[in-house]
Design a protein around this ligand. Structure first.
Ligand SMILES: [Fe+2]
Ligand SMILES: [Fe+2]
Length: 199
């Protein structure tokens, strides 16, 4: 199966590899929004638009992105490991190490971002740390997502059966508390039960 990069319409749970790739576009978008707010305001007072942008992006990384990591670590990677394919095993080891790095970066970025929302400004040192971590996260994700989109997912498409892909899609839907046949639109988002979750 060819993985299409950058197309507008999102894949369905019946196309889990495409959907995982679609989620990458959201990660990139919300990360860029965090960088945009930090660069534009330089940690000064947030107007309503910047406050909304910051809050929405922070909530994406708190609630929705962890579901994407679980899609990969719980649903995709173990099924690929079961194939005992050397190339896939090597790539997955690198990707899992990346997940630890981005998880820690996102945790710290979330702490600083929440503090910013609460007190309304950042000290210079906090802004510096926030921007450093955001730029490092962008670089790490750029490499990580590139490997997943261009190497691992195409390998997965050749190794996994239609039944295995469907099982992954069903697990992804369950993880978000939605039906396997839910129409397009919010599939990368966090569980439907959470109010105000980012799209
Ligand atoms: Fe990943
Ligand atoms: Fe990913």
């Amino acid at each position: 199966m060819a993985i299409q990069i950058g197309r507008k319409a999102e894949g369905s749970f019946r196309e889990p590899l495409q959907l995982l790739s679609d989620c990458h576009r959201r990660i990139e978008r919300f990360l860029q929004e965090l960088i945009h707010v930090a660069e534009q305001t330089q940690g000064d007072g947030l107007n309503e638009a910047y406050r909304d942008e910051l809050d929405t992006a922070l909530r994406y990384f708190e609630n929705a992105e962890p579901l994407h990591t679980a899609d990969e670590e719980v649903s995709l990677f173990p099924r690929l490991r079961a194939k005992k394919n050397e190339e896939a095993d090597r790539i997955i080891a690198t990707l899992e190490a990346d997940h630890d790095v981005v998880g820690e970066l996102q945790r710290r970025i979330g702490q600083i971002g929440r503090k910013w929302l609460e007190q309304g400004y950042l000290e210079k040192q906090e802004l510096r740390e926030l921007l450093e971590k955001l730029y490092f996260l962008r670089t790490t994700y750029h490499q990580h997502i590139g490997i997943e989109d261009r190497v691992l997912f195409p390998v997965a498409a050749t190794l996994l059966s239609a039944e295995e892909l469907e099982a992954i899609g069903r697990e992804m839907a369950d993880r978000r508390g939605v039906s396997f046949d839910t129409p397009p639109g919010t599939r990368c988002a966090s569980r439907r039960a959470k109010q105000g979750s980012p799209k």
